[in-house]
Design a protein around this ligand. Structure first.
Ligand code: AMP
Length: 355
């Protein structure tokens, strides 16, 4: 994949002064920490003001800050960011708050393939991508009258699980749904959740080889979601619902986890299929991505979401994970991103991993 225009954008860059930059939020500490460990310069884009807590983490504090009034302003400073030889590392908050349109037209070299956004943010396209790769997704329920087992109702664009609710019957659904917002009904999959953190490099030669490049599994986590994950401290969900207390799915943190080793072949098969299909559909998902899965009692994976960039669950592993330890001690996703950029620089292949 080579994005039109990326070579021109890079042509003015001083290759000795490449600067890793992202917005100070989400996984920025890990991104800066990784870049600094790899000897790259760092620039933190701060919204409104520099948050004092960066002083508390000297090894993850960016070398310099770039203050903008609000997210939308970032696009206006593209020239200045390019003059500073900036490569943007997008994370979930960056894309969400900048907005898809602004992100796509931001004229600053950005790690990964920005075309993935179109395939990940549109539920129909996401389903087409994953299912045509042979991935099993939870069933979609088109007509709420067909609800005859637990479902999860998701609002479009609601991030961090905000507003999501579970219903077991049509009556429950009607009581809770906010019909003013577009929603989506999905089978609630019974099982255990694993959020798998992959890294796909189109330029790496050694490792778990794909048709082009290599795939790594760097780590995995489980999200900690309030109130669903601890609601049982007060009583069963059914009891609580009777008194009008409904569980919510708002992410507050992440918990480390490993999986039965016998499931790892499936994890790699899924990752491989998702990458191969992405190459066919839009030139490839490049760099970190995450499959959000539930493993059922039959040890089958159901994937309810894909995140096509660094996820906050990788923050647990700033010093490496049980899996990345087998690749290189201390390897975090932040370090891996910096290494990929350094390899791109060395082999004159930056245009293959940036867009
Ligand atoms: P999402 O925004 O799609 O990542 O969903 C938010 C949270 O809802 C997830 O982290 C899961 O805990 C839960 N969830 C989402 N979809 C499903 C599903 N189909 N079955 C069970 N739990 C789900």
């Amino acid at each position: 994949m080579v994005t039109p225009g990326i070579k021109e954008l890079l042509s003015t860059y001083d290759k000795d002064k490449i600067t890793i930059s992202t917005v100070c939020s989400h996984s920025s500490l890990q991104i800066f920490h990784g870049a600094k460990k790899e000897g790259l310069k760092t620039l933190g884009i701060a919204i409104g003001e520099v948050k004092k807590f960066y002083d508390a983490f000297p090894l993850a504090k960016p070398d310099e800050f770039f203050i903008v009034k609000n997210y939308k302003d970032i696009t206006r400073y593209a020239d200045e960011l390019r003059e500073r030889n900036v490569i943007i590392i997008p994370h979930g908050s960056f894309v969400e708050y900048l907005g898809a349109k602004n992100f796509l037209r931001l004229e600053v070299p950005t790690f990964g393939n920005r075309k993935v956004l179109e395939w990940e943010s549109d539920r129909k396209k996401e389903k087409k991508w994953l299912e045509s790769a042979g991935i099993t997704m939870p069933k979609q329920i088109k007509n709420p009258k067909d609800i005859n087992k637990p479902v999860i109702v998701k609002y479009h664009g609601a991030k961090g699980g905000k507003g999501f609710f579970v219903a077991k019957t049509y009556e429950e659904f009607i009581k809770r749904v906010d019909k003013t917002k577009p929603y989506f009904i999905q089978e609630f999959v019974m099982g255990t959740r694993y959020y798998l953190h992959y890294f796909y490099s189109p330029i790496q030669k050694e490792g778990y080889k794909l048709r082009k490049g290599c795939l790594q599994l760097l780590s995995m986590d489980r999200r900690d979601e309030t109130t669903i994950d601890e609601v049982q401290r007060l009583g069963s969900i059914a009891e609580l619902e009777e008194i009008g207390i409904h569980p919510t799915f708002v992410v507050t943190g992440n918990i480390p986890i490993v999986m039965r080793e016998s499931l790892l072949p499936k994890v790699f098969k899924m990752g491989e299929a998702v990458v191969n299909k992405s190459i066919e559909l839009f030139g490839g998902v490049i760099g970190p991505f995450c499959l959000e899965t539930v493993v059922t009692e039959d040890l089958e994976f159901k994937v309810f979401e894909i995140s096509a960039r660094i996820v906050a669950g990788t923050n647990i592993y700033s010093a490496g994970s049980p899996y990345s330890e087998y690749i290189q001690p201390g390897l975090s996703t932040g370090v891996r991103i910096a290494q990929e950029i350094k390899q791109g620089l060395k082999e004159d292949k930056l245009h293959e991993i940036l867009s």
